[in-house]
Write a protein that binds this ligand. Structure first.
Ligand code: PMP
Length: 417
């Protein structure tokens, strides 16, 4: 068996949510003396045992530095690390594993592209974002604006939370150099029509970067079918460890773009009068990479694939429908982002209750949600709210946990009402 195959054991097919939950030891813990109801999955998901097992096996049986190739352990570590790259390539259906660059997460993936685009940008150039972007898909472009003078255009969001696609289309003009758009809004769960955006962009010869941080563990992906140029993802939002993520970039971009960081691994030859860079993807991976993180990411993808991402997504959709129905019935509660299709996120505001107060009351009940601006301040401004409360679900959540969420909100309403 190859090293990669050894550390990515196939997870047994579970048929019931209870069996899936049993794979996640964190879900059996208590907080504040209550069983944990973990409804903060858009911030970070919990890790299943097979991912933790793969990490442990790597640490005990395989750890060494990669691409150094002089002893068996290094060969094994390299095979496992490159196996994870192949796994990520298959997950995204990229044309080749060389189109996958490992990063620290979606944030670094987007920064990498933004930092490597300077040569294409001038004072007339435009970057098109949307009003619902995460700060990770805004600030790197503002930094690019500071370096190059390029302008940022923003496609608006409708009252339903849907992207105003017609307005976006009108913003595709002669000077547009890139569209950078979230696949799924982290603050609302709204799923953007990224295939349609890519189609419109292609007609205008404009590249598209998709911020897939909220999509990659919940929606089956095919970057070739989508027709995007770049796709960014984060491991910790798809059941893998923190500090690992990936950037998919079509090969011509990786050839054209200059390296992001300089150092070891990304070179072929270094002399004081000049350096020859390594081929992609290594050209963009300076220094010793997060080997165990990449292996954990591959194991997480294997776990999701073994259970069937479509099937897991169907469970999440059912939870979304139940939660929407339960919360919609609570007086004074307004859901932000009602447009279909949505991933399993319910973001809401309560009359007379600050999201932080609600979050604290729920925490006392063992219910973990996120409260605040969700790193999407421009979207909060769009809806005229300082922040929202956000419950975000994974296939391992239950109706009972949603009932506990609704019960906690009712308690808060009585306290503050
Ligand atoms: N984009 C979106 C839509 C996100 O939800 C997040 C994480 N909240 C990010 C980017 C950044 O991801 P990370 O911090 O893992 O790099």
């Amino acid at each position: 068996m190859s090293a990669a195959a050894e550390i990515f054991p196939r997870a047994a097919k579970a048929t019931r949510v209870a069996d899936l939950r049993a794979d996640f030891p964190a879900l059996a813990t208590q907080v504040n003396g209550k069983p944990l109801a973990y409804l903060d999955n858009a911030a970070s998901t919990q890790r299943p045992q097979p991912v933790m097992d793969a990490l442990r096996r790597y640490e005990v049986e395989m750890h060494a530095n990669v691409h150094r190739g002089l002893h068996a352990r290094s060969d094994q570590a390299t095979a496992a690390f490159e196996g994870a790259r192949k796994r990520t390539c298959a997950w995204l259906n990229a044309a080749s594993a060389e189109e996958i660059v490992f990063t620290r997460g979606a944030t670094e993936s987007i920064n990498l592209v933004a930092r490597c685009m300077d040569a294409r940008m001038g004072a007339d150039s435009e970057i098109l974002l949307t009003q619902m972007e995460h700060h990770s898909n805004i600030v790197p472009w503002q930094q690019l604006r500071e370096r190059t003078g390029a302008r940022i255009r923003v496609a608006p969001v409708l009252d339903s939370g849907a992207l105003d696609l017609k307005a976006l289309e009108r913003l595709i003009g002669r000077n547009l150099k890139l569209i950078a758009v979230a696949h799924v809004s982290n603050a609302m769960g709204v799923i953007n029509p990224v295939a349609e955006i890519c189609r419109m962009a292609r007609q205008a010869g404009v590249p598209v970067l998709i911020d897939g941080a909220q999509a990659a563990g919940h929606i089956p992906l095919d970057v070739q079918e989508l027709g995007c140029d770049f796709y960014a993802l984060s491991g910790h939002k798809m059941y893998a460890p923190t500090g690992i993520g990936a950037l998919y970039a079509r090969r011509p971009w990786l050839e054209e773009m200059p390296p992001f960081l300089g150092g070891g691994e990304m070179i072929l030859e270094v002399r004081f009068d000049g350096t020859r860079y390594n081929a992609p993807p290594h050209k963009f991976e300076a220094g010793t990479p997060n080997i165990s993180g990449a292996i954990g990411l591959g194991a997480a993808m294997d776990y999701l694939a073994a259970h069937g991402l479509e099937r897991l997504a169907a469970i999440e959709h059912e939870l979304l429908e139940y939660a929407t129905e339960r919360l919609d019935g609570i007086p004074g509660l307004r859901i932000i982002g009602t447009a279909a299709p949505k991933s399993a996120v319910v973001s809401f505001v309560m009359e007379d209750i600050h999201p932080h107060d609600l979050g604290t009351i729920l925490d006392h009940e063992g219910v973990a949600i996120r409260a605040g601006h969700h790193c999407a301040m421009p979207l909060m401004e769009r809806f005229g709210v300082p922040g929202t409360s956000r419950a975000s679900f994974s296939f391992y959540n239950t109706r009972d946990e949603i009932d506990r969420l609704a019960g906690g909100i009712e308690t808060a309403r009585k306290l503050f009402g």
